[in-house]
Design a protein around this ligand. Structure first.
Ligand SMILES: NC(=O)c1ccc[n+]([C@@H]2O[C@H](COP(=O)([O-])OP(=O)(O)OC[C@H]3O[C@@H](n4cnc5c(N)ncnc54)[C@H](OP(=O)(O)O)[C@@H]3O)[C@@H](O)[C@H]2O)c1
Length: 458
């Protein structure tokens, strides 16, 4: 494969937003990149049937929308991974590391689950009828399952079998991706230094300060495990270039230990080690997908409700996954310089505030107008503001402080709030690194004892 090929990995690509991202990557790439360049979409699903269906959908979109010879410029590479199974995550990383891929330009950490059992119907009806715009953007009516854990990670006869529980929502949405990204560092670090690799974390409009409880790191004791994990995603991504996270980020973005990166050292082709990837943060707004399972008729009512919210002026009511994908594909395909310039345009004169925050890291969301025209837009994050300054939206961005894209009751973050966000981000990074090392140790032990090999042969 030529170095003029852009390689993008998208997880959870068979439905919803993941499929929308892949479809939009095709269009945005072909519409913006020169005819000499090509795109390889590496997409993951959880079964070969889902992979085949996804590939068919992508190919048919490509032929329909780009009927000329252009379609020879886009290739698809189906892969399989279950993010709640660290061994399948490791298997995928080893397979890609040992392949002929020269580098990986971007990983979009999209796959995920809600972990909800249903809706609180009286509350749903009341909040939607009285304030549809806010009820759909910051819902308070989902019923979360408490304490759901993954299946055992290691074979029961391994010496490391006395393993601790891993939260299911935590692992599917965050930790599985966290490990995948670390194990794929050989490919991410091989990107040219002029166009570094990118990790695009997928968050949501929803997480607030109160959702994250440091003493319940994996969100095992809360009904809001989903929002808890998304708040962690915000904390990790936005503090990644801050002094408080420096030590943990350096070990995380370093090349993994040989055994983790590749089962067999001789399999790993020599690639350049040009530097760490950049971490970006994205949310899709509100798109109608199967992330929450609803009866058909309720699903249709939900779809109508989100359209109504859009027509009522909610900038985050993106509705369709393809529309919602805009900010993700923009982050994946735009140069770091242009993203940096867009981030700096939100800052005042200096990029380092009085509190020492390196300003400018932004949670990029897909915003829409009433007609569905989208733009990647900065999103306010509690205790961070829009860019680490603590301040909310710029004045020209849907009406400033009281604007309709802002969660009602949001407050500007004080210096102390931002400092607390930075400290917390540093501690979340430390916790994630600790967990990664513990699990790498257990997997290594189980591999060395032969238990994993024995189990895979059964
Ligand atoms: N929809 C929204 O409005 C919205 C808003 C904010 C954020 N998001 C985020 O967008 C992402 C995608 O959600 P969606 O709305 O598109 O939901 P979706 O339609 O349910 O899609 C989820 C995708 O993730 C895959 N997946 C689930 N668990 C997995 C696991 N353990 N390992 C590997 N793949 C797994 C699913 O595969 P299977 O088909 O095999 O289950 C599916 O492909 C999530 O991170 C979600 O938090 C969505």
């Amino acid at each position: 494969m030529s170095s003029a090929t852009t390689h993008v990995l998208v997880t959870g690509a068979n439905s919803g937003l993941g499929l929308g991202i892949c479809l939009r990557l095709i269009d945005d790439f072909l519409n913006t990149h020169p005819a000499t360049s090509s795109l390889n979409i590496i997409f993951t699903t959880r079964s070969s049937r889902k992979s085949k269906d996804t590939q068919r959908t992508l190919e048919s979109h490509l032929r329909r929308k780009h009927p000329s010879a252009l379609h020879a410029r886009v290739t698809f590479q189906p892969e399989s991974v279950d993010l709640t199974s660290l061994l399948t995550v490791l298997h995928l990383a080893r397979k890609l590391n040992a392949s002929s891929l020269p580098h990986l330009n971007a990983i979009i950490c999209n796959a995920g689950i809600g972990g909800w059992s249903g809706l609180n119907w009286p509350k749903t009806i009341w909040t939607v009828l009285t304030d549809i715009r806010n009820a759909t953007t910051w819902p308070t009516f989902k019923l979360g399952i408490v304490g759901s854990v993954t299946k055992s990670q290691l074979p029961s006869d391994s010496t490391a079998a006395q393993e601790p529980a891993l939260g299911e929502v935590f692992c599917a949405n965050l930790f599985g991706h966290y490990m995948l990204v670390h194990w794929l560092m050989p490919l991410l670090r091989a990107c040219p230094s002029t166009w570094p690799g990118k990790v695009i974390w997928v968050s949501s409009t929803e997480p607030q300060r109160h959702h994250f409880n440091e003493s319940d790191f994996q969100g095992l004791r809360t009904e809001a495990a989903y929002e808890h994990g998304k708040r962690m995603t915000d904390l990790l991504s936005l503090t990644a270039n801050q002094p408080s996270a420096h030590k943990s980020v350096s070990t995380y973005t370093a090349l993994p230990k040989q055994s983790a990166a590749s089962a067999n050292a001789s399999e790993q082709p020599g690639r350049p080690n040009n530097g760490p990837p950049r971490l970006h943060l994205y949310h899709p707004g509100i798109a109608v997908t199967s992330v929450i399972s609803l009866f058909w008729i309720v699903h249709q009512a939900y779809l109508l409700g989100i359209y109504l919210a859009r027509w009522a002026g909610s900038p985050w009511a993106t509705v369709e996954p393809y529309t919602a994908a805009h900010a993700a594909t923009w982050l994946a395909l735009t140069s770091e310089r242009d993203i940096h310039d867009a981030e700096m345009a939100t800052c005042s004169s200096s990029t380092t505030s009085e509190t020492g925050v390196v300003e400018g890291r932004i949670k990029w969301g897909t915003a829409t107008d009433r007609l569905g025209k989208t733009t990647p837009r900065p999103t306010e994050v509690p205790d961070w503001g829009v860019n680490g300054s603590g301040l909310p939206y710029a004045k020209d961005w849907w009406g400033g402080v009281g604007g309709i894209g802002r969660k009602p009751g949001s407050m500007e973050a004080t210096k102390e709030d931002v400092q607390e966000f930075l400290d917390l981000g540093g501690r979340v990074w430390e916790g994630m690194e600790r967990l990664r090392e513990e699990w790498e140790g257990r997997i290594k032990e189980a591999e060395e004892s032969g238990a994993i090999e024995k189990h895979s042969k059964q």
